[in-house]
Write a protein that binds this ligand. Structure first.
Ligand code: ZN
Length: 191
């Protein structure tokens, strides 16, 4: 298992437009090791996902997995998904006011507006085309991770700066109300 160092906000790599992969690069053992390390690092830190720039490799790769996540207990499970060169397209104008955090922004959370239904098109780690519609709270996770490939952090999407909280104060003052709203979204979409 290899857990890599996670870059935190202020590191320039988080602000770069990450490089697309030529599908042939997926045959390269170094690329496969990077994907394995992303998965190990995401699991080690209880992330719901991790994007390659967060481990200072500016490539268009994200990994996502939610399995009874203690950091985000209200998130429904998402099986392990590796996205290479992902493209997202909103399938609705409806958004959800999501209270989100990020391993690269330690300690802070804030409210962003995320589409509740998106189409995902990417390659998997073997170069096979992956097309999937994702909805509900899971769609939020995909949008957060793909933002990282374009140098965007959730901080940039917080429209009301008064929604910033530390994790401690989120737990104290906001968690119950947010968990109830999240549960309603999840029950509507089943994800
Ligand atoms: Zn993040």
């Amino acid at each position: 298992m290899t857990v890599r160092v996670v870059a935190t906000v202020g590191h320039p790599v988080l602000r770069e437009w990450a490089q697309p992969l030529d599908p042939d690069e997926l045959h390269n053992p170094q690329t496969q090791s990077l994907i394995d390390d992303l998965i190990d690092t995401m699991r080690y830190y209880n992330g719901a996902g991790l994007a390659s720039p967060q481990v200072m490799a500016s490539k268009r790769i994200v990994v996502i997995e939610v399995k009874s996540n203690p950091r985000y207990p209200y998130k429904p499970d998402i099986p392990l998904t590796v996205l290479v060169n992902p493209e997202l397209e909103p399938l609705t104008d409806e958004t959800f006011a999501n209270n989100e955090g990020c391993l690269s922004v330690p300690g802070f959370r804030g409210v962003t507006n995320r589409f509740v239904k998106i189409a995902v098109r990417a390659l998997d780690r073997h170069g096979k085309l992956l097309e999937r519609d994702v909805s509900g709270l899971s769609a939020v996770t995909f949008q957060h991770e793909v933002d990282h490939l374009n140098g965007t952090l959730f901080l940039d999407r917080v429209e009301d700066p008064t929604t910033f909280t530390t994790w401690e104060q989120f737990e104290r003052f906001e968690r119950d109300a947010f968990a109830a709203r999240a549960a309603r979204l999840v029950s509507r979409f089943g994800s």
